[in-house]
Design a protein around this ligand. Structure first.
Ligand code: TRP
Ligand code: ZN
Length: 879
């Protein structure tokens, strides 16, 4: 069905089902093209539903085979079955069992939803609505059932995994065999999973806080066993952390993780059987960067944490998606912060929020963290639901305080365990635990758009007072023309010009705990006994997802950069100064002038590097990594000319690289590591800074940088150093670049995950020749549009990480991506749809490029057939 005529699903229309399904017994006979699924459902009328209603079960491309009621075949007029629906016209009004047989073809399943094969391995993906591609069901998250799954397969599929605990296994005639799994915890269908294959694994025994033994294992393709060790270790650290920090213990006898190579998203939290994109499992020093390791740790933790936030307590309906996703992202962020450096993790998370969520919130795809309406739920697994959703949990914690937050979580687990809950029920737990009225806070879930927070300060030297006025506004978003003020906790401090932190004294204690809550359009506070002119440090630790507009001079910001006790704002101050300089450079170029870089920033960076680079390299790496082209584009906001931004940014980096050349060269030497590789935060920080230093050095002196990069590339003993060098080399056109790319390819030609880095790097080269290069790579033997990782690496990187080339002035970049979207859509609409979100900022472009982007979007919108997924995105993008 096309989006234009697809029904809109609305939160206000929520109705409980007319029937409940208490138990599900599945018998699955795995076969490459004809897998038989027999589902026996124990149903009963739902007391909360309509008595006597017919029973309509969801299906999607299903082949119906047979149906029986309480063991007897159904009469032909008792039901209707189509690929999309099974209707039992007159269900019994007491408990009954319905047995339905369907047949599915996992090999032909290119959508990677439901049961499919990934490199020969049978696997499933059921969230959000893939279970209906396996059997007819009430495929929605508020129908909770206890599942027993019997899987049968040939001898070439020795490993059979399911949800819950293993119950039984054995041999059958004809070399076939079976395994039975039983999951005692009631769950919605989207958490169902099975795996069948011939895989290697690593395993261990995890002893829970109360002394229960859990067999934990990670399954991977044969030959990749050693690359699964880090994931297994991360899993056990996450399990321990959830006990210690949230008091949550694991509940089954086994916990299995399976890595597959064809997967639409990152990973999936199926009960006791997490299925992962292998990108978030496999790691070795030779094949994975330090960021890959960090991502693996975070995603492993994320999926594990879902066991309590998502599985034990699930969502009543898909509008509540942030109830599990925002909360679980918050939990994985906290885990990584504890495992690594908290300020560095915070900076990294805010970078993601700003680059992925802020543009979404400012464009045609903006929606509230809890949407009120959708056409295609798979398009709402967004940065807003995930990342802004996590920010809202952080805001909540800041508002109620750490102790009340923990008590609220405990109450939530206690009260809602085993149920499908709502955001209201979640927030009520914190209101109760803290004794506070959180109704104003809950607006954050309803209102789309990023609040703009402005701050104006005035120091009265005679009276020693500092008057600070904070004000907020939010621009209109689709369907929400009027905006209300949000509750914004502004963590703050005052830094004297001398560099010391000044005490916060107000008549009414408005800033106790260092947090000022702005809950109206405007608020003024007067600080007394302020001994010197202060520079305000606002939104410390990024205490709310807002855009801060400061009336500070560059010199004020450099005071914060040098002296702020809040590391996040220290970093932010340097970023803000750099952003201003680059924006001014863009303006100068437009006015026909030249780029000027004030010496202040270079000097400040120099001092900073002297003092901090070797003490805190991970943090220094964040400071040295200047705002990207997209950051600058966001700051400028409209009439974007990507070429001008690119040129301006490059010139600023060149100037900084030259001004700091001596220090950078020295640091580059100092930061070399001669211990064996470890992915830990300390080593990773050094490598990150060293690669950042190399990049800036090369910006200032291409020949010198290139020589260093080549030496680093040749001598590298790990992927971080090798790829860091290669990405520096990739920016300098010529023989050296092509030779290095070839050497990298030769080394990793049989390693698809590593070749994704090779595809992504080439697609990101900011040169006019890149489009042709990407087109050539489309027919490279290692490339395939049917693998989502390959597609994201080559096409996704081009569309999302190469602003100048995707948004080429001649429109060829847009046209190319539109072609790929249309080619991919029939096979895998979810991946095609994600790709089409690359156009989400098209309205901010200058008129020429904007027209080309619009033409590409209109061409996609007019195509037939077009999936509901892509149609929904392009229709909203054009609105
Ligand atoms: N729930 C998954 C997570 O941990 C997201 C996910 C995995 C997903 N696969 C999906 C969402 C397929 C939609 C479709 O965040
Ligand atoms: Zn999740």
């Amino acid at each position: 069905m096309r989006a234009d005529n697809a029904p809109v699903i609305r939160l206000e229309d929520y109705q409980p089902t007319d029937y409940l399904i208490d138990t599900v017994s599945l018998a699955i006979g795995l076969h490459p093209t004809e897998t038989r699924v027999t589902a026996t459902l124990a149903l009963r009328p739902n007391p909360a539903g309509h008595a006597g209603a017919s029973l309509a079960l969801d299906g999607d491309e299903l082949v119906f085979v047979s149906a029986a009621l309480d063991g007897s075949p159904l009469a032909a007029d008792a039901y209707t079955a189509s690929p999309e629906k099974f209707v039992l016209h007159r269900p019994p009004q007491q408990p009954f069992t319905l047995t339905i047989e369907t047949c599915v073809n996992p090999t032909a399943n290119t959508k990677l939803m439901g049961l499919y094969r990934s490199n020969g391995t049978y696997c499933t993906q059921c969230e959000a609505d893939g279970f209906r591609r396996i059997t007819y069901f009430l495929d929605r998250p508020d129908v909770l059932s206890v599942y027993t799954t019997r899987i049968e397969a040939d001898a070439d599929t020795p490993l059979l995994l399911g949800n819950g605990n293993p119950a039984e296994a054995g041999a059958l005639a004809d070399g076939r065999h079976f395994a039975v799994w039983h999951d005692p915890f009631p769950k919605p269908s989207y958490l169902f999973a099975i795996v069948g294959g011939d895989l290697d694994h690593v395993e261990d025994v995890f002893t829970t806080a109360s002394g229960r033994k859990v067999k934990v294992a990670v399954y991977v393709e044969r030959g990749k066993r050693e690359r699964a060790r880090y994931a297994l270790d991360a899993l056990q650290r996450a399990m321990r952390w959830d006990e210690e920090v949230f008091g949550r213990e694991y509940d089954l006898d086994v916990f299995n993780i399976v890595a597959v190579s064809a997967f639409n998203m990152g990973a999936m939290e199926n009960k006791g059987l997490n299925i992962f994109n292998d990108k978030y499992v496999l790691a070795s020093a030779d094949t994975a960067t330090d960021s890959d390791y960090a991502n693996i740790e975070a995603v492993i933790a994320h999926e594990y944490f879902h066991n309590w936030t998502g599985n034990r307590i699930t969502c009543r309906d898909w509008f509540q998606l942030c109830l599990k996703e925002g909360l679980t992202v918050f939990r994985d962020q906290e885990f990584s912060s504890d495992a690594r450096s908290r300020p560095v993790k915070r900076i990294a998370d805010v970078r993601v929020l700003r680059s992925a969520q802020f543009p979404e919130d400012a464009g045609p795809l903006a929606h509230p963290v809890r949407p009120r309406a959708y056409k295609e739920i798979n398009n709402f697994y967004t940065a807003t639901v995930y990342e802004k959703g996590a920010e809202l949990i952080r805001v909540l914690k800041t508002l109620v305080g750490g102790q009340h937050f923990r008590r609220g979580m405990d109450l939530y687990f206690e009260r809602h365990d085993g149920t499908a809950a709502t955001i209201e029920e979640f927030i009520a737990c914190f209101a109760e635990a803290s004794g506070r009225d959180l109704s104003a806070f809950s607006q954050w879930y309803e209102q789309a758009g990023t609040p703009r927070l402005s701050a104006r300060g005035r120091y009265d030297a005679g009276a020693k007072t500092y008057t600070l006025t904070l004000a907020q506004t939010t621009l209109p978003t689709p369907d929400q023309p009027e905006k209300r003020p949000m509750v914004i906790p502004v963590a703050l401090g005052l830094i004297g010009e001398s560099g010391r932190e000044l005490p916060l004294t107000t008549a009414d204690g408005a800033t106790d705990g260092g947090v000022l809550v702005l809950d109206g359009a405007e608020r003024t506070v007067i600080f007394t006994d302020v001994e010197e002119r202060p520079v305000p440090s606002l939104l410390r630790g990024f205490s709310a997802p807002a855009i801060l507009d400061l009336d500070l001079t560059d010199d004020d910001l450099l005071v914060l950069f040098a002296h702020d006790t809040d590391a996040f704002n220290q970093w932010q101050a340097a970023q803000t100064v750099a952003t201003r300089i680059i924006v001014r450079a863009v303006e100068a170029l437009h006015a026909g002038g030249t780029v000027q870089v004030p010496v202040g920033l270079a000097q400040a960076l120099g001092h900073f590097l002297d003092a901090r680079a070797l003490r805190d390299p991970a943090f220094a790496a964040q400071v040295l990594s200047l705002p990207g082209e997209a950051d600058i584009a966001r700051e400028i906001g409209e009439n974007i000319d990507p070429e001008a931004i690119f040129t301006a940014r490059k010139a600023v980096r060149e100037t900084l690289g030259q001004a700091l050349a001596g220090k950078l060269a020295h640091l580059y030497g100092e930061l070399a590591i001669d211990a064996p590789y470890s992915p830990d935060a300390a080593q990773a920080g050094k490598r990150a800074l060293r690669n950042g230093v190399l990049g800036l050095l090369t910006a200032g002196d291409a020949a010198r940088g290139e020589a260093l990069a080549r030496a680093q590339f040749d001598a590298a003993t790990n992927m971080t150093d090798r790829l860091g060098a290669l990405s520096v080399l990739s920016l300098v056109a010529g023989e050296a670049r092509e030779a290095a790319l070839q050497a990298f390819y030769d080394r990793y030609r049989d390693d698809p995950l590593v070749l994704d880095k090779w595809f992504a790097l080439q697609a990101s080269i900011p040169e006019a020749g890149t489009l042709e290069r990407v087109k050539r790579l489309l027919s490279h033997p290692a490339f395939s549009l049917s693998n989502p990782n390959r597609t994201r690496a080559l096409i996704g990187s081009f569309a999302m990480a190469n602003l100048t080339q995707f948004a080429r002035a001649d429109g060829a970049g847009f046209a190319f991506v539109a072609d790929v979207i249309l080619q991919l859509d029939p096979a895998n609409p979810q991946v095609a749809s994600r790709l089409s979100t690359a156009f989400r900022t098209w309205k901010t472009l200058e008129p020429g490029r904007r027209a080309h982007a619009e033409a590409a979007l209109r061409r996609i919108a007019a195509a037939t057939p077009l999936s509901q997924d892509v149609a929904d995105i392009v229709t909203r993008s054009l609105a």
